[in-house]
Design a protein around this ligand. Structure first.
Ligand code: ADP
Length: 163
């Protein structure tokens, strides 16, 4: 049985992430979407928000589950008996970044293989950060994120503006 982990900060989950999750779920027996803390990014959403948002969107995928995780991805994977780490590649910049992480993870735990799925248009054109940026300026982002996520995004941005 192959267990894979798709780790990310998902701040928030986008239609691009969900396309990756659906595609990856067809390749493995069990897929765990791991909501991780990216120490170089300041999150807008709490871990609980993120887990709830993703869980609602993957309900129809029986072999997918969502978990919050802290610490090293490879340590979380060992705990879950997962051997495949899934990441998405949108462009050349992603490639450089993902290659370095994959090399590091391989050297931390040789049992783990990273597989990268190539993002497809139109998903390859956007990121969570860009979506938050345009949403802040009042753009309708329902093309890029599920409707429930777009709504919560408005709420969190309003709260942030009032802080
Ligand atoms: P991280 O902070 O770990 O990079 P992200 O949530 O930004 O977390 O991304 C998680 C994974 O999803 C990464 O491999 C990233 O390349 C991929 N990804 C991000 N946005 C998209 C998208 N629009 N389409 C496909 N894959 C994406």
């Amino acid at each position: 049985m192959i267990t894979a982990v798709f780790p990310g900060s998902f701040d928030p989950v986008t239609r691009g992430h969900l396309d990756m999750i659906q595609r990856a779920s067809r390749l493995v027996d069990r897929l765990i979407v791991a909501v991780m803390v990216n120490t170089s990014k300041q999150p807008l959403f709490s871990m609980a928000d993120k887990v709830a948002m993703i869980s609602a969107e993957v309900q129809d995928l029986p072999n997918v589950e969502v978990q919050a995780a802290t610490g090293l991805t490879v340590d979380f994977m060992a705990k879950m008996h997962a051997t495949v780490l899934v990441r998405g590649l949108r462009n050349e910049q992603d490639f450089g970044y993902e290659r370095d992480i994959a090399w590091m993870n391989k050297s931390l735990n040789d049992q783990i293989e990273t597989i990268c799925l190539i993002a497809r248009p139109p998903y390859a054109y956007f990121s969570s950060s860009l979506i938050k940026e345009v949403a802040k300026m009042g753009a309708d982002v329902s093309k890029y994120v599920p409707d429930a996520v777009a709504q919560l995004l408005q709420t969190r941005l309003r709260e942030r503006a009032n802080e």
